[in-house]
Design a protein around this ligand. Structure first.
Ligand code: GAL
Length: 843
């Protein structure tokens, strides 16, 4: 590789820029490209109005709103909604959006596109009454060219129809509507195509990196163009560290991919602790006049998945300590909000998480941007089903027609993110099972599906062995990914661990992934020789924050059968890590299965946060999950601290449960700790004994007969106190305490403050069973964006100005306006002393 760099330097193709010049950014004044938020000034109607696609339609009665928007989260929970409790028991339906806009003369002669990051689902888009297209997949990003249909001397109307009426179509809450950002992009007619820059770092050492940049430039002028592509690598400070330039003649209406290899000396590597980002700044010139500037953040890092030694990042052995995440943001629903995602990631990082799996679909671009910036190892997943359906109206209906396009667009969109380390082409797709045979398709259908020519025999494998259609389909999907991005392994989440699984049999998967089946891990090296391995999904522990079922050493394996309604009057799962689904296991077990097996690259726990829908083990009125290590409101459950003790070096000691029980009742007291050899527990000053973690246990526990007062735990190392924690018996609820995560937020109309609301007794001890109704009053430059308390069975609305406490706590989320000022929030409840806080909204 050194040779390659030397040759390039010698040829003088590469110019190392010494002067600092930062001219990157989305809307640089010197760039003819403009990317504008297209979220404001929409009107919305919930219901079917086919005429709304016409320009003449009068929408003045419609509600005005800003995107991103999720209409389902605004609704009431009901057993009658077709989504079912699995989909969150919230409404679906058809919704229409319309926006009127004017373009001044500066847009004339430009190419103008509308870019949707995601619409759930079945969207149709019209501009000035002309149908631009239809896109069924609710998680994919897409673009339409508005140019030929726009007016510069009058009003333009864009209309979007969203159809999420046929449900169930998802095994979790999807949300409804234009729930991600929309952009208006305008460029000169010679420009970098959509997702038109692909950056890889084929060679990386401490001394040098080779950055390979492929740029697709389009000429939409009526004549040929002499096009120069200037590519610069810009470091964080804004300094240009390297650049290259290439010229070509592009025929009218044509596009061309240009490849440039650019060495960077002494690269700063992207690591989990210091996720250093560079930018590729691409400038296009036609006859020396700049026609485009396009900025692509990227990172310089190298990694391997090794069959014996697991995952290495920049040569350093790194266990992936990941969690699976669905896309909803609790009480904000599916509507994307940068700060809400960032908060989730911050909470997970404090726990020691270093990986995110985008279960089970292409994520919002903002999630990946944050993972790039914060340092997470992302398993980026495309599909939860292929052609075999999991729910009646799911994506399997569209798979045959759309899978190539959707998978292609997903990879093209996301392949520059340094945080993405693997592609998953499917989660537990039913095609994996050995009993799903090739014979469900005839040869003709199979050929159509696999896109082979009529005379090829789909069922004949390359190495003479008979390949099933499902194995060939796996290969086809993996090939699509590898053609677009050969730098990352392709995997799938499998709950059929037998090597006869059709997906495995394809031989096309680079990384073997098991969902659950920890007891099968030891067989992997023998069953899949030479293949690296990852636990794509683990655990499925069930917990309700604040709820404890004793004795803590007895197990609750719920539901007894997954296909038969299961109920327990509590509608709650114990927080002692003693409740899990039959296909899962405890958190301690799942971590132990992975912890000491070097060949396992890591794990993605089901799940980091609770999410809406899939309220296993219960059915309605349960409507959100119990799987989270953190509840839906963002409050950690106790097991969060087990991970913190194992996954971080931060000194910690976590003592639970609360200390409000019946006199004489036997209570199990647990502690998670690290950086210490032992913990001693005291009840009202009397020692209850010293405990040390034993065997593969990551907790210690005592069984005490309850008496009111104080329990106190002290952790010690070499006899010296490390930390102490105390819990007191709380008296009656007497007051409210508000604690915002941030007292100062940006005046950008999007930023949020998450305010924890606690019910305390007179002395300031949290009342662990309090469920008082708290009412909020907001004045000033903001509004309440949502309320929650983490209770998976609450039927209260998320968009409201009141919430009941759940085990002593609830949450109110406040959004600032796009102008400077202050927000004053008061929380009141009958019989309690109120509390108030101020949030500053600043430019
Ligand atoms: C897995 C599945 C997840 C979720 C989980 C619940 O099998 O991949 O999507 O349903 O079970 O335990």
């Amino acid at each position: 590789m050194k040779n390659r760099i030397a040759i390039l330097l010698l040829l003088g193709i590469v110019l190392i820029g010494l002067n600092a010049c930062r001219d990157n950014g989305r809307n640089n004044d010197r760039s003819p490209r403009k990317t504008e938020g297209f979220n404001e000034g929409w009107r919305f109607y919930l219901g079917e109005i086919p005429e709304a696609s016409n320009t003449t339609f009068d929408d003045h009665g419609w509600r005005q709103l800003e995107l991103p928007h999720d209409w389902a989260i605004e609704g009431d929970f009901s057993e009658d909604h077709p989504s079912g409790s699995g989909g969150g028991a919230l409404p679906g339906g058809i919704g229409w959006y319309r926006k009127s806009f004017f373009l001044d003369k500066s847009y004339e002669g430009k190419k103008i596109f509308v870019d949707f990051d995601g619409v759930y689902m079945n969207s149709d888009v019209w501009i000035n009454g002309i149908h631009l297209g239809y896109r069924p997949f609710g998680y994919i990003s897409f673009r339409y060219d508005l140019t030929p249909h726009l007016k510069f001397d009058g009003e333009n109307i864009i209309s979007v129809r969203v159809d999420n009426s046929e449900q169930p179509n998802s095994r979790w809450y999807s949300g409804c509507g234009i729930y991600r950002n929309v952009w208006l992009t305008s460029v000169d007619p010679v420009y970098v195509d959509l997702w038109g820059v692909y950056v890889t770092t084929p060679e990386v050492t401490q001394e040098n990196a080779l950055v390979s940049v492929r740029t697709t430039v389009k000429n939409e002028m009526p004549q040929e163009a002499d096009v120069r592509t200037e590519t610069s690598i810009v470091e964080k400070s804004g300094k240009k560290v390297a650049s290259a330039s290439v010229s070509v003649i592009l025929a009218a209406g044509s596009s061309r991919e240009m490849e440039q290899d650019i060495p960077v000396r002494k690269p700063v590597l992207w690591t989990l602790d210091d996720p250093y980002l560079y930018e590729v700044v691409t400038r296009i010139f036609v006859n020396d006049k700049q026609t485009d500037e396009y900025v692509t953040p990227f990172g310089i890092r190298h990694f391997t998945f090794d069959a014996e030694k697991g995952f290495f990042l920049n040569g350093k052995s790194t266990k992936i300590r990941g969690v699976c995440m669905h896309h909803d943001l609790g009480c904000l629903g599916a509507a994307v909000n940068m700060r809400a995602i960032e908060r989730q990631l911050e909470i997970l990082r404090e726990m020691g998480v270093n990986g995110i799996r985008t279960a089970h679909n292409p994520p919002a671009p903002e999630l990946l941007r944050l993972c790039d910036q914060m340092g997470f190892i992302v398993m980026n997943e495309t599909f939860d089903m292929w052609r075999k359906r999991k729910t009646t109206y799911d994506y399997s209906r569209y798979f045959n027609e759309w899978h190539e396009k959707d998978l292609t667009d997903h990879i093209l969109r996301d392949r520059n993110h340094p945080s993405v380390f693997m592609w998953s082409i499917g989660n537990e797709v039913l095609e994996q099972w050995t009993h799903v045979d090739a014979d469900t398709l005839d040869i003709q259908q199979a050929n159509l599906l696999l896109n082979l020519k009529r005379d090829e025999t789909a069922l004949a494998g390359a190495n003479g062995e008979e390949m099933s259609v499902n194995a060939l389909l796996t290969k086809k999907l993996a090939d699509i990914v590898k053609r677009l991005d050969p730098t990352r392994p392709v995997t799938t989440g499998n709950n059929e661990t037998n090597p006869a699984n059709h997906l495995f049999r394809s031989g096309a998967l680079d990384l073997i992934g098991f969902n659950y089946h920890g007891y099968d891990y030891p067989k992997v090296p023998e069953n899949f020789p030479g293949k690296p391995f990852i636990a794509t999904e683990t655990t499925s522990g069930l917990m309700t924050r604040g709820y404890y079922r004793m004795p803590s050493d007895s197990m609750y394996i719920w539901p007894v059968r997954w296909d038969i309604p299961f109920t327990d009057p509590s509608y709650a799962c114990s927080s002692y890590d003693n409740c899990h689904v039959p296909w899962g296991c405890t958190h301690e077990q799942a971590w132990n299965d992975v912890k000491n097996a070097d060949f396992i690259s890591g794990m993605y726990i089901w799940t980091g946060f609770d999410y809406l829908g899939e309220p296993t083990p219960f059915w309605f009125p349960a409507r959100s999950s119990y799987f989270g290590i953190v509840d839906l409101a963002g409050f950690p459950k106790d097991v969060y601290y087990m991970y913190q003790s194992e996954w971080t070096d931060k000194e910690m000691l976590h003592l639970f449960p609360h200390w409000n029980w019946q006199p004489g009742e036997l209570v199990d007291v647990w502690a998670y700790y690290n950086q210490a050899d032992e913990v001693e527990l005291f009840l009202n000053g009397v020692s209850q004994g010293i405990k040390r973690k034993e065997g593969d246990k990551h907790h210690v526990f005592w069984r005490l007969a309850f008496e009111p007062g104080t329990i106190k735990a002290v952790s010690r190392k070499n006899g010296k106190e490390v930390l102490a924690r105390e819990i007191k018996t709380a008296g009656e609820p007497a007051q409210i305490r508000l604690t915002p995560d941030r007292r100062v937020i940006k005046a950008d109309g999007q930023d949020l403050s998450f305010i924890t609301v606690e019910v305390l007794d007179e002395e300031g001890t949290i009342c662990p069973n309090a469920d008082n109704l708290i009412r909020f009053n907001l004045a000033g430059n903001g509004k309440i964006a949502g309320v929650d308390n983490g209770n998976p069975t609450s039927m209260e609305r998320f968009k409201a100005s009141e919430r009941k406490a759940f085990y002593g706590k609830c949450l109110v989320v406040v959004k600032g306006e796009a102008r400077k000022g202050r927000i004053h929030l008061t929380a009141e409840s009958d019989g309690l002393l109120k509390d108030a806080i101020e949030i500053e909204v600043t430019k």
